[in-house]
Write a new protein. Structure first.
Length: 400
């Protein structure tokens, strides 16, 4: 534990970090990749370009400074970070590199305001925080290795199947190249995928939700083709260039967005490609639980609606499962054929109509705006916060 003096000094810097934190983290990442370009193999460089990672780190550093005397309030954030780090195979040596460049960034931005006393306090505080993460992540690595099909770091996997799920989402099925068992995982978890893209200088690593179930005896990810300015580097490479027989490196399954044991009804609410972790949960519930389950699938229309036929097939086999689809931009054929049950956005009245009770566990994932809307709707129905579970694709942020 940091000394009382260090705790007081670091806590006193919180107001400064609230103002300068994002500038500090931007400088930090510039220094880190300048001094250690090999770390570009690990970090999502698209998040660096968009600035989302700098903002997320600034919020985390501020939260640590503000709560250094009561770290228990950060336990959920710590768990989320350690899970992410374990998926990326972060090593203790990397913490030393991060610490050196973070302290250098603090000094560069704050200049004379970063007195020797403040720098010494932050060095001690960072050392304690790094030790906490290293210990927790080592336990995750050991636990992963001990499980059936477990391993440490990354492992070579081969693509055994490639399947279009919609006009923009494609599934990739993987098995270990060495013929060993697939690593165990839970619905809602993700894996890090590393690919070498021709003519680009470093590996590109992305986390993708597992969309399948261990009963399939494969690892399945389902990737949306990201288009825009610029197009998604990895998603488009996977769609256009990787095929059955090609190999990639995968990390261990990780993530804390998983089902909790309950006898309450379970509601899965998916927006767009947010269906991927929820499809995995849905399959897990199909095989291993008897709860009342409502799977709400929200999409623009049927052309971009992934897993509709697969999810309906399972529902027909188990009476406790129920599925509804909502299209906010239905095609004329959707309306004519009666494919979608509802048009427009999800409302609490729809849930009331379909559920025996609103006293349920809710899991939702999708674009941030979609998740904000769902969270607000459920809170207005006085659903306790402890029964709301959600996952971000990319750096986490607050859902106001």
């Amino acid at each position: 534990m940091a000394s009382q003096k260090t705790i007081e000094i670091v806590k006193s810097t919180a107001p400064v970090l609230a103002i300068h934190g994002e500038n500090i983290t931007k400088v930090f990442y510039q220094l880190l990749f300048q001094n250690h370009p090999e770390l570009k193999n690990v970090f999502n460089m698209t998040h660096q370009t968009h600035g989302t990672q700098s903002k997320a780190l600034a919020n985390a550093v501020y939260a640590y400074a503000a709560n250094i005397d009561n770290l228990a309030v950060l336990s959920a954030a710590v768990e989320q970070i350690t899970q992410k780090h374990s998926s990326l195979s972060i090593t203790p040596a990397m913490y030393q590199l991060v610490g050196t460049n973070l302290l250098a960034a603090i000094k560069e931005v704050l200049q004379d305001a970063a007195t020797p006393e403040i720098m010494d306090a932050w060095a001690e505080a960072y050392g304690d925080l790094a030790s906490l993460f290293i210990t927790k992540e080592e336990q995750l690595y050991q636990n992963a290795e001990a499980k059936k099909g477990g391993f440490r770091g990354q492992k070579e996997f081969v693509i055994t199947k490639k399947e279009a799920e919609s006009s923009i989402i494609t599934s990739f099925y993987f098995k270990p190249v060495d013929g060993s068992a697939i690593p165990s995982f839970k619905g809602g978890q993700y894996v890090a995928v590393s690919v070498q893209i021709p003519d680009l200088e470093h590996l590109h690593t992305r986390n993708y939700s597992l969309s399948g179930c261990p009963t399939q005896n494969t690892l399945r990810i389902s990737v949306k083709r990201e288009t825009g300015s610029p197009d998604g580097v990895v998603s488009n490479f996977l769609h256009d260039h990787l095929n059955v027989g090609d190999t990639v490196k995968l990390g261990i399954p990780a993530g804390e967005f998983i089902l909790t044991k309950t006898e309450k009804p379970i509601v899965l609410i998916a927006g767009g490609v947010g269906i991927t972790p929820l499809m995995s949960m849905y399959m897990e519930l199909f095989h291993f639980a008897d709860n009342e389950v409502l799977f709400v699938q929200c999409a623009k229309n049927s052309s971009v609606h992934a897993f509709k036929a697969k999810s309906q097939k399972l529902a027909k086999q188990k009476p406790s499962l129920q599925i509804i689809s909502l299209y906010d931009e239905p095609l004329s054929t959707d309306i004519a054929d009666g494919i979608q049950e509802f048009s427009g956005l999800l409302t609490i009245d729809i849930l009331k109509e379909k559920l025996s009770t609103l006293d349920a566990e809710y899991y939702f994932c999708g674009p941030v705006g979609f998740m904000k809307s769902v969270k607000k709707m459920l809170e207005s129905a006085e659903i306790p916060a402890s029964q709301l579970h959600y996952e971000f694709f990319g750096p986490s942020e607050a859902l106001a």
